[in-house]
Design a protein around this ligand. Sequence first.
Ligand code: AMP
Ligand code: MG
Length: 400
Amino acid sequence: MKDVAALTFGEARETVLRRVCEGRKLPAVEEIALEAAAGRVLAEDIAADRDSPAVARSVRDGYAVRAIDVPGELAVIGEVRAGERFAGEVGPGQAVEIMTGAPVPAGADAVIMVEHTRRDGSRVICDRAAEPHQFINPRGCEAAAHEVVLRAGTRLDYSGAALLAAFGRTRAKIYRPPQVAILATGDEIVEPEETPEEFQIRNSNAHSLAAQVRRAGGTPCVLPVARDTVAHTRELVEKGLDADLLLLSGGVSAGKHDVVEEALAEAGAEFFFDRVLIQPGQPLVFGRARGRFFFGLPGNPASTMVTFEIFARAALELLGGQEETALHMPFARLTREFHHRPGLTRFLPARLSADGGEVTPVDWHGSGDIPAMTRANAYLVADAGRAEYPRGESIRVILK
Ligand code: AMP
Ligand code: MG
């Protein structure tokens, strides 16, 4: 089953997005309280329950006036603050003192900033002209009543929580988070509470993956570690395929005891790719079995972490009902010269400066180096086609 295809990073990512979008069934819908909604994916369109703003509002502290009356000296006939309505009307030669957020009184068609006025008792002098409508947010300019303001398939962030609150939605329909089975493999793997022999390794991948799954909006379900036999791995793969997505770690390299692909094939898998021109994570496997997508993530801890972030997270977000998924790769300037062997896109642990402008590779001892991964707050992304990056050069990064 080896070498279904070796794809570039871009091709592999495109394959994941396309296959998952084609083959996904949207999750079941449930209702949730506003307080718990952030981080969840909307399963309904949200419509404005009234015009927003519901009245024309001032966006400055100052005076509500008729634009044709200024420059000039006006009679101040009252005051209006946020949270009240001015009962009267602004007539020729008149002004109403107004605070930010307050409804603009009838008759006024502009607000002049307090900084541009001089107050003299009950009169106000303004030396500048005003554009009609200046510093006024008209009624309904943000949204009209019944207009859809947020679409199903959007993951609610903090601004989404604000939107639900602003339009009086104390409950919302959201998609049930996908169940993600996590299956670590390897005869050398023991659980964290065990005291390993020196040739054994504690199961850290199940824990990094569970944390990554949760952060991406899924519910992790960690299976027991599969031994390096086709039979045992297949037995656990079958269990894992009850979940919405199956993530395996380890067992996908070319070694004699790397049996994951064989076990998946026995479970009826089709493979979309089993090698990607990246490092870490080159032997990454992606496919589908019994209608469920799976990833065979390479077992080295950094490989598992990176391949989840750049591929599996997208699949999980789409399976969770999101309409879109993005991998942000902004540029930062290298604080030192960097070179690598071209041919593979490399994702290396790095530190991004506090202002986000500069990036420094983290010293590490390869993709088993968990302490180095914890010192990184980003990955530096080295292009497969480019060997040399001088100091000060822009290079892509992914936030960790
Ligand atoms: P493999 O791809 O199975 O050969 O694994 C590659 C490397 O990753 C080996 O050195 C493993 O010991 C290590 N590894 C595999 N699975 C895990 C795991 N669950 N937790 C930590 N390290 C692992
Ligand atoms: Mg192994």
